[in-house]
Design a protein around this ligand. Structure first.
Ligand code: HAM
Length: 439
């Protein structure tokens, strides 16, 4: 017998008072609690409905993957890979990381599950937490949530990009998101972009001394990212830089014209933004970002674009692909700023019971009502009538079902409408009918 069992649970030494500590959620993480979670559920259900209507199916992915999958996809020089990943050695000495995004995993899963054999394109969506060690602030967390959608395989028809953008705009429209602006750009492909990047590098080198340290470093590592700079004193210089739109190859330019035409056909309003380059390396051709109201400096609620070369980079067959990810935390923040708070999660019925016989009837009534889809609160111990009604009010219940031993004997149940104070009597048989009609 081990020492632990011999001693027994009750005799376990208790920590001294000063040793007891309160735990707090780790910086950059937070709890999502009711009633806010009702809004999260509604957002996710709406996404499911809208995405399903566009032919997307759900994929569920692991939360950690080999570090190399992200390094290769997102790019070693990006902020995400170079400083923001949560990486650790697994038992067999492989380095694994908590996923900072979902696109790389979706591509791995597409290859691993032989999805190139399915009718193309394959349209997938996924929800869940992502992890980036960023400086936390409003709308920026270390554990945050994305709603991600990807279209894998198929042709380069501009209708694919446009339909994807139409879908996310329709989703935001269905939620009533306010102040939504869509920015689009074409960043070329592996044929034309390298020439533009070199030209940009040369032009940036000419003004290097006037740029801050981050931009100076990026001139060599990734000059496109300089275009992303928000620093006030760099704006004028950046505006003078050559525009990618003037350096696209004919195929990319033609494709971009097609995407814009397709967006117009679908009534999707967009703004062209030649400085929209995105922070991850895998993009080519059409990229886009969507901003919404009330988010301060972290106002991008969705980012995405085409990534035609990624599948090959991960050892798969040449596969065209495009997708987006919505920052769900930011989406919720913006909905709340716009007054779209969830309705308080009130109960339909609070059962105010008194007496032992009434309790047995109440347990049965609660079970039947719940089975019929009503939300019911059944207090586990008897309460005084006044207290029960007060509690029902606090919980936002619509009705109180009043059951005392008299009601049980007479078979006449009393239902009180809490908003008006009206009371009515029902037999057990007619009670459920009434609620179904009016509840
Ligand atoms: P991303 O731009 O890195 O793209 O992230 C997409 C969205 O996730 C952002 O617009 C933002 O709303 C949200 N987000 C990112 N980081 C944070 C954070 N620390 N806290 C809160 N929200 C955040 C991607 O992740 C790509 N995988 C999108 C994609 C899918 N491209 C093609 N397919």
């Amino acid at each position: 017998m081990s020492e632990g069992t011999a001693k027994g649970f009750g005799e376990k030494p208790q920590p001294k008072k000063e040793e007891r500590r309160k735990f707090q959620a780790i910086k950059g993480t937070r709890d999502l609690v009711p009633p806010e979670t009702a809004l999260w559920t509604r957002v996710e259900q709406t996404a499911q409905e809208v995405f399903t209507a566009y032919g997307f199916g759900e994929i569920r992915l692991p939360i950690f993957e080999q570090t190399d999958l992200f390094a290769r996809s997102i790019g070693l020089e990006t902020d995400v890979v170079s400083k923001e990943m949560y990486s650790f050695e697994d038992r067999d000495d492989t380095s694994v990381s908590l996923r900072p995004e979902a696109t790389a995993s979706v591509c791995r899963a597409y290859i691993e599950n032989g999805m190139q054999q399915l009718p193309q394109p394959v349209k997938l969506y996924t929800f869940g937490p992502m992890f980036r060690r960023e400086r936390p602030q409003k709308g920026r967390y270390r554990q945050f949530y994305q709603i991600d959608a990807e279209v894998l395989g198929g042709s380069e028809a501009p209708g694919i990009d446009a339909e994807l953008i139409e879908m996310v705009m329709a989703f935001f429209g269905r939620l009533g998101l306010e102040g939504v602006d869509l920015d689009i750009n074409c960043i070329g492909d592996k044929k034309c972009r390298p020439k533009y990047v070199e030209l940009l590098r040369q032009e940036l080198r000419k003004v290097k001394d006037k740029l801050g340290p981050d931009s100076q470093r990026r001139i060599e590592t990734n000059p496109l990212r300089v275009l992303d700079s928000k620093l006030e004193n760099e704006q004028k210089l950046i505006e003078e830089m050559p525009h990618i739109g003037d350096h696209l190859c004919e195929e990319c330019a033609e494709n971009y014209r097609g995407v814009k035409k397709e967006l117009e056909l679908r009534g999707v309003k967009y703004r062209e933004n030649w400085r929209l380059v995105r922070g991850l390396d895998y993009y080519s051709r059409t990229t886009f970002e969507i901003t919404a109201k009330g988010l301060g400096s972290q106002n991008a609620v969705c980012g995405g674009g085409r990534y035609d070369g990624l599948m090959e980079l991960l050892g798969g067959p040449p596969t065209r692909a495009t997708g987006f990810a919505i920052g769900e935390d930011r989406l919720i923040l913006s909905l709340q700023e716009g007054g779209k708070t969830p309705l308080a999660q009130g109960r339909d019925v609070y059962i105010a019971w008194m007496g032992e016989k009434a309790y047995a009837t109440s347990v049965r009534a609660a079970k039947n009502l719940r089975a019929a889809g009503f939300s019911v609160e059944l207090p586990p111990v008897e309460q005084k009538f006044g207290k029960a009604i007060g509690q029902a009010d606090k919980l936002g219940a619509r009705y109180a079902l009043i059951l005392g031993d008299n009601e049980v004997v007479s078979g006449e149940w009393t239902l009180k409408t809490l908003a008006t104070g009206e009371q009515a009597k029902f037999s057990e048989a007619t009670f459920l009918e009434f609620l179904k009609k009016h509840g």
